[in-house]
Design a protein. Structure first.
Length: 203
């Protein structure tokens, strides 16, 4: 959003766009994102002037359950679940498995889950050394493995993870503190007065 807003700010004259009051509107999770823009120093608190002048929040805010990832490790946890299809004590010894070579519905990435890393990493790296493989870098190897899979394989594996089970609202894809767009947790920014002062409509 900041980059798009900056593009409007920079190139509006070329497209004969009037830079009058700009209203940022969001509904549901979109409203949560708009609220975070009020808190961001790259957007609502941008100097010398913000990228928008007022906001409209419909059925949502950063306080809603999926509005902000209050458990930072949840996204990583979901990634491990997806990579291992919730089989926390399993790891594949076949690192060459990819694409159609893997059974549909099992990602089986050649990385051990972080929750069990201390227990398995030493013996696993010993096995890899014996078979001529390099030592693992858990996050990097897992990401590379997931990127090598087909969309069908990922979708089939995702269907078995806790994130898609009925009655469980997730924040695995919710915004997190990145230190740039969002420099701190929303509640801390609100308390510290680090938010844009502008008209807000809530519905």
């Amino acid at each position: 959003m900041p980059s798009r807003g900056e593009s409007v700010d920079r190139y509006h004259a070329r497209f004969a766009i009037s830079l009058g009051p700009i209203t940022l509107v969001g509904q549901g999770s979109g409203a949560a994102d708009v609220t975070l823009h009020l808190l961001s120093r790259l957007s609502g608190r941008r100097l010398p002037r913000p990228l928008f002048n007022r906001v409209w929040l419909m059925s949502g805010s950063d306080a809603m359950q999926a509005g902000f990832a209050r458990q930072p490790k949840e996204a990583a946890s979901y990634s491990w679940q997806l990579a291992h299809q919730a089989r926390y004590y399993y790891f594949s010894l076949i690192s060459s498995c990819s694409g159609s070579e893997c059974a549909l519905g099992r990602v089986g990435c050649d990385v051990i889950p972080s929750a069990e890393s201390d227990k398995y990493e030493s013996s696993y790296n010993q096995h890899r050394a014996q078979t001529g493989h390099k030592r693992i870098n858990r996050a990097r190897d897992m990401l590379a493995c997931l990127r090598s899979r087909t969309a069908d394989e990922l979708a089939a594996a995702a269907g078995t993870t806790r994130i898609h089970r009925p009655g469980w609202i997730t924040t695995a894809w919710s915004p997190t503190v990145d230190g740039r767009f969002l420099e701190d947790r929303p509640e801390k920014l609100w308390i510290d007065g680090k938010f844009a002062r502008m008209p807000v409509t809530i519905s």
